[in-house]
Design a protein around this ligand. Structure first.
Ligand SMILES: Cc1cc2nc3c(=O)[nH]c(=O)nc-3n(C[C@H](O)[C@H](O)[C@H](O)COP(=O)(O)OP(=O)(O)OC[C@H]3O[C@@H](n4cnc5c(N)ncnc54)[C@H](O)[C@@H]3O)c2cc1C
Length: 471
């Protein structure tokens, strides 16, 4: 156990002695690395970072923080755009050492420690020809993504991540431990499926898995078009998507073609409109199902290949490493209207940096078959989750990417369904959090009052306990 001279305001030596993990404090050699998160814009200075080794460490940290009046931040994968895994002067409960997975091929489940990334989970399940719905990237943390909703390649076919959550082990605000599932603490289980980090520290998740592709081999990759083709591609995509079998999903993007293989060198740096497809059905039907997406228009690149599902999941990880400047804005959309397409054309032409991009992810199929009040995740009636992402390695461009994303969002917001996905939000205020949960907010506030009346877990997209804020 490490102790530190930098810890002065609370008896952190006691905490250091009580836990099996490392307590990292200002002045320690690992401090700057331990407080860094995925978004390079975030520069928080916690009082201490506890790298927990087990659930007992988490319980000890929660009790210590409560006893000494210290704010708590919780770190899963550290990927949150708003940087909510770290906070000035807080005790960070860092779960990144908890990385084990246990697959049950018989039960089609995987049990996942809360410090895992999705790459850890996909690695574990694809070996058995299975996957559980997650996102579109391997490096994202399981915990934050799973608690906020989880929108990914498998959503059309198998639902959101929260729709495949079977149980969660949770350390509550008073330091007690419960397992939430449909049969146990079902109110908490409802809230955890979209309610984010508001209700406790989840130490492990159990997810349902599904057989995908040919023993985990799927067919996927990007099809890219000239940026000038954006209106035609978007109109075609919005008409085509509902007619496709749910084994095929694809998200549409405006982007700059990365200056790296496998993209042809003559296209490097060119702005484009693209769709990244993922087909998880039987391979003997693939030619027929993929025919329309291969033959439409005049693509610059048709990069569809058979690959293990986890390879597609990890395909963009290297393009977006940790430490880039990151500012994004989000909304849900019931449709891609002609008015919205005009906005995309305008701001797509102004992509401010090579990493900056806009994505629309389908919210349909299995996601829409779940009633809006069945889990905390509220936007299910069909459409898209949109995200406008300003990204660049250079801190000098932070203002540029932020302004572009804000302007684009302001112009597009009138075409939206009203609220955004909490996992794609920055710190945007209480009205935006309410809008994200719509009719589910009041029930969430009641459950928050039951499980965390003092709002111990408020460093998140915060749902305030019913009966008034109690920060
Ligand atoms: C490059 C990139 C790609 C992404 N792609 C997708 C995608 O395809 N689909 C999608 O749905 N989302 C996606 N996201 C959004 C992602 O879901 C959120 O950023 C999410 O917060 C990441 O989870 P994390 O564990 O890494 O977060 P962290 O930054 O560690 O934490 C985020 C929030 O969750 C809380 N939290 C973390 N761990 C726990 C825990 N164990 N118990 C309780 N609360 C906890 C934290 O307190 C914090 O409030 C992406 C994000 C990035 C940056």
């Amino acid at each position: 156990m490490t102790t530190s001279a930098g810890l002065t305001t609370a008896p952190y030596e006691d905490l250091a002695a009580a836990v099996r993990g490392n307590l990292i404090a200002p002045g320690d050699p690992e401090y700057d690395q331990a407080r860094a998160v995925y978004n390079g814009m975030i520069d928080k200075h916690p009082a201490a970072i506890a790298r927990c080794r087990d659930t007992a460490d988490v319980i000890t940290c929660v009790r210590f923080a409560r006893e000494h009046g210290i704010e708590i931040a919780v770190r899963g994968g550290g990927h949150n755009g708003a940087g909510l895994a770290v906070w000035d002067d807080a005790l960070v409960i860092d779960l990144s050492l908890l990385r084990s997975t246990t697959v049950s091929p018989q039960n089609h489940t995987v049990r996942v420690d809360a410090g895992c990334t999705w790459a850890d989970v996909d690695h574990a399940t694809v070996a058995f020809g299975m996957a559980t719905p997650s996102g579109f990237l391997g490096s994202t943390g399981v915990a934050g993504l799973a608690l906020g909703g989880g929108i990914g390649y498998l959503a059309r076919r198998f639902g959101l991540t929260v729709d495949n959550l079977l149980a969660a082990d949770v350390v509550l605000a008073d330091g007690t431990f419960v397992t939430a599932s449909a049969d146990s603490h079902s109110d908490l289980f409802w809230a955890l499926r979209g309610g984010g980090g508001n209700f406790g520290v989840v130490t492990s998740f159990t997810f349902r898995c599904h057989d995908i592709g040919d023993h985990g081999m799927i067919i996927g990759g990007p099809v890219l078009y000239d940026l000038a083709d954006t209106p035609e591609v978007m109109r075609w995509y919005r008409e085509l998507l509902p007619s496709l079998p749910e084994e095929l999903s694809g998200w549409i993007a405006l982007l700059t073609i990365p200056p790296a293989p496998p993209f042809p060198q003559e296209l490097w740096g060119r702005k484009a409109c693209g769709i990244v497809w993922c087909y998880t059905g039987p391979h003997d039907r693939a030619d027929e199902v993929l025919e329309p997406v291969k033959t439409f228009g005049s693509p610059l690149v048709v990069g569809l290949h058979a690959m293990p599902f986890n390879v597609l999941q990890g395909a963009f990880d290297a393009l977006y490493p940790a430490g880039l400047q990151w500012y994004w804005r989000t909304d849900f959309f019931n449709e891609i209207s002609d008015e919205a397409i005009d906005v995309h054309v305008k701001y797509g032409a102004q992509l401010p940096t090579g990493h900056s991009t806009m994505h629309l992810y389908p919210i349909d199929g299995a996601v829409s078959r779940v009633p809006a009040d069945a889990t905390a995740f509220a936007y299910r009636e069909g459409g898209f989750a949109g995200v406008i992402v300003g990204v660049d390695p250079d801190p000098a461009n932070a203002g540029l990417i932020t302004q572009w994303a804000r302007d684009y969002w302001e112009a597009l917001h009138p075409t939206s369904a009203g609220g955004g996905y909490i996992n794609f939000m920055m710190l945007e205020g209480q009205d935006r959090i309410r809008a994200a949960y719509r009719g589910n907010y009041d029930r969430l506030a009641q459950i928050k009052q039951r499980y965390d009346p003092d709002n111990t877990f408020h460093i998140c997209q915060n749902i305030q306990p019913a009966g008034g804020p109690n920060p």
